[in-house]
Ligand binder design. Structure first.
Ligand SMILES: [Zn+2]
Ligand SMILES: [Zn+2]
Length: 347
């Protein structure tokens, strides 16, 4: 075992504190990654605050990890020492169920091993990327292609794939009218990816604060969701809406924006159940759906796509001692658009 520096929570309410975590011995199929960058995802905060259920403390979060391979196990074939690699939300899965067999390990029927907060095969709780190093099975380690800036790539591993996967599944492309609801960490990646896929993209966001950014990311249009006339004008006009907002949303209002056969896909996760009148769906054969991250093959595909197109998240690089302040800014939506921790700043 190796002891490494980390920044984590001792309970649901106090600020994160410096701590250490134990990383397992590098097994035959493991790689040891010297972490360079870790993105801050809103899920990190929900998890530590126990808003998605009780967890065990101390807990280190972080599932947008980029770093270099510094050691490989004896049977590793996919990565070598010196490679720039990434780890996203899942770090293992059963590999044998129907979903894993199709490369959809994010939907592993046995429940995959999350990069943090999951019970690992050795019975320990997985600890995430706000840390100096991590040991991960080679099959769940992504290669970061040339052309991506290492300091800006980490958010692709959650925010990027979480929007790319539903855009691909629901065929976002030329002629498809896509609306991205909410333009935070996830939403801004959704805009950039949908634009790169060739879709006709509209951003729907509260107020006009983000209009300029939305258009600069390539969106064709912007709708201020607090402007009821503007919302009325786009009723029935979307094929696909990706909802990235995790605060409660009037789902009926958004279903009404869909054309016949349109789909509203939730990637944000509100704490409260949706209330959906059947007649918001029936008269237009609409679909209300959900989607989470993507399987390892699709994450690799997304990374290649972003490298080819030069797509990067908008990031703000912070040092380790700024994590608590950054969390406060995430909670007050004061970030454009993703914090990335420079994990070389552990002291
Ligand atoms: Zn995330
Ligand atoms: Zn499985």
């Amino acid at each position: 075992m190796t002891t490494v520096k980390a920044y984590g929570a001792v309970n649901a309410t106090d600020p994160l504190v410096p701590m250490t975590v134990e990383r397992r011995e590098v097994g035959p199929h493991d790689v040891l990654i010297d972490i360079g960058y870790a993105g801050i995802c809103h899920s990190d905060i929900h998890t530590i605050r126990a808003e998605w259920g009780p967890i065990t403390y101390p807990q280190v979060v972080g599932h947008e990890i980029v770093g270099h391979v510094v050691e490989v196990g004896s049977d590793v074939t996919k990565h070598k020492v010196g490679d720039l690699v990434g780890v996203g939300c899942q770090s293992n899965s059963c590999r044998t169920c129907a979903q894993c067999q199709q490369g959809h390990d994010q939907y592993c029927l046995a429940g995959n091993t999350q990069t943090y907060g999951s019970v690992d095969t050795d019975g320990t709780i997985t600890q995430g990327g706000y840390s100096e190093a991590v040991v991960t099975n080679e099959d769940y380690v992504l290669g970061i292609p040339d052309g991506l800036d290492p300091a800006k790539t980490a958010p692709l591993l959650c925010a990027g794939i979480t929007t790319y996967s539903p855009l691909k599944h629901w065929n976002a492309g030329p002629g498809v009218r896509v609306g991205i609801v909410g333009m935070g960490g996830l939403g801004h990646m959704g805009v950039k990816l949908a634009v790169a896929l060739g879709a006709d993209v509209t951003v729907l966001s509260r107020g006009t604060r983000k209009r300029e950014d939305a258009l600069s990311f390539g969106a064709n249009a912007y709708v201020d969701t607090t402007d009821s006339e503007a919302m009325d004008r786009v009723r029935g006009s979307f094929d696909l809406l990706i909802n990235t907002v995790s605060a409660g949303l009037d789902i009926t209002t958004y279903l009404d924006l869909l054309d016949v056969d349109g789909a509203l896909v939730n990637v944000g996760a509100p704490e409260q159940p949706f209330s959906v009148p059947a007649f918001s769906l029936i008269p237009a054969r609409r679909t209300l759906a959900g989607s989470t991250t993507g399987g390892i093959p699709e994450i690799q595909e997304m990374l290649e796509f972003c490298a080819q197109r030069g797509i990067h998240p908008e990031t703000e690089l912070i040092s380790v001692d700024q994590i608590n302040e950054a969390w406060q800014r995430v909670l007050s939506a004061d970030v454009r658009y993703r914090f990335v921790i420079d994990t070389k700043t552990f002291s």
